[in-house]
Design a protein around this ligand. Structure first.
Ligand SMILES: [Zn+2]
Length: 378
């Protein structure tokens, strides 16, 4: 079996269900320290959240610093009896490695580790640095993970120049898709207050449900935009409408609703907030609470993008789609400090029972990462 499969198996064999490491960082250190990497482990705590251990490893002290970012935490296995092999005793069956984290994303971590080793064996020490930023808190709260590590790096004067996040970006086959940005996300809670009364005497009450319906209709009937070059149209999705009225003859005093907006690079969380307020305002008073999950972003570093695209084309023969679709990842934090692009394995079975990845996908990914390192340091 190839190096990358052995290493992926060793990572998967640690049952590192978020946020507990269960020895998974030892696998990283045991492999990377002999190559010259210096490891820093850090535990972050924040009131109300479980403490999380993270690790940052760096080879070299010069710039530029090329970073691979990812997470070793995995989601729980779910119904273990439904798995063909025990989720934390990985096995290759019919050319596929099965185990929790095979796609999301221990397979990609193993691929980058092997690529670094191959690169060093072929070229020696790079003119610059290679680093790993690995969190154990991506599948969980994402409070004590990457965001805090970035703060720590800043305190230490550590600079990252370019970053690949190894999330499973390819829907079905290796080389299909690179993520060059993400939509922003903001969630709202809308409350409309009225005056309770008898359904037969609406003139003596003030029905908040009627106003709420007008507001939600105004929000849904006006498109935010038609999409941009790299982004699909922004979308507002109503996720809940709550009145909680058990009777048929009472006009309630309060109506609430929740909705989420995924927005493209035409907007910011602040401009979306203002847009929502303007749509609701004609229909009377309301209260609005917002929670921002992330701003929209797009990689602007063409050279970095082309380096990856070329490597993918050389190894797989296909030109990847440059996409901004999907949910959020830790790239939303890293984009604040350097250009960041996401590329990893396939994502067909991430979070599923029998999560698995093709052996040839992992071997292809090693070759792609290796070529990226070659190009970056040449
Ligand atoms: Zn992931």
């Amino acid at each position: 079996m190839s190096d990358v499969i052995d290493l992926a198996k060793a990572l998967i064999a640690c049952p590192s269900v978020t946020p507990r490491t269960v020895g998974v960082f030892n696998v990283l250190e045991d492999y990377l320290r002999p190559l010259g990497f210096v490891a820093h482990r850090m535990i972050f705590k924040e009131e109300g959240f479980e403490p999380v251990e993270n690790i940052y490893l760096r080879l070299g002290t010069q710039s530029p610093n090329f970073c691979f970012a990812g997470h070793t935490d995995v989601v729980p296995p779910g119904d273990e009896a439904a798995w063909d092999v025990p989720p934390f005793e990985p096995q290759v069956v019919d050319g596929e490695l099965i185990g929790r984290g095979a796609e999301d994303m221990k397979g990609a971590i193993a691929a980058f580790m092997v690529a670094v080793k191959q690169f060093l064996e072929a070229k020696g020490a790079p003119k610059g640095s290679i680093s790993f930023l690995i969190t154990q808190d991506e599948e969980g709260d994402a409070v004590n993970g990457t965001r805090k590590v970035l703060g720590w790096l800043k305190e230490q004067g550590e600079v990252i120049d370019h970053c690949i996040v190894g999330e499973p970006t390819n829907p079905d086959f290796l080389g299909e898709m690179v993520k060059i940005g993400r939509r922003g996300s903001i969630s709202f809670q809308l409350a409309v207050r009225g005056k309770q009364g008898h359904a037969a005497y609406p003139d003596r009450a003030d029905n908040p449900v009627t106003r709420m319906i007008h507001m939600l209709h105004a929000l849904k009937s006006t498109p935010l935009d038609e999409g941009t070059e790299h982004f699909q149209p922004s979308n507002l999705e109503i996720t809940s409408v709550d009145v909680g009225n058990p009777t048929t003859n009472i006009i309630p005093a309060l109506a609430t609703a929740r909705f989420n907006v995924r927005f493209n690079d035409r907007h910011s969380a602040a401009s979306i907030h203002q847009w929502v307020e303007e749509r609701c305002a004609p229909f009377g008073a309301f209260e609005l609470k917002a929670h921002i999950t992330g701003e929209a972003f797009l990689n602007k570093d063409e050279y970095f993008e082309q380096l990856l695209v070329r490597a993918i084309r050389e190894v797989t023969g296909s030109a990847p789609k440059l996409s901004t679709t999907g949910g959020t990842s830790d790239a939303r934090f890293i984009k604040d400090i350097c250009p960041v692009i996401e590329f990893g394995t396939t994502g067909r079975t991430a979070h599923h029972v029998n999560e698995r990845v093709e052996v040839k996908t992992l071997e292809g990914l090693v070759n792609i990462y290796h070529r990226v390192l070659d190009g970056y340091f040449s």
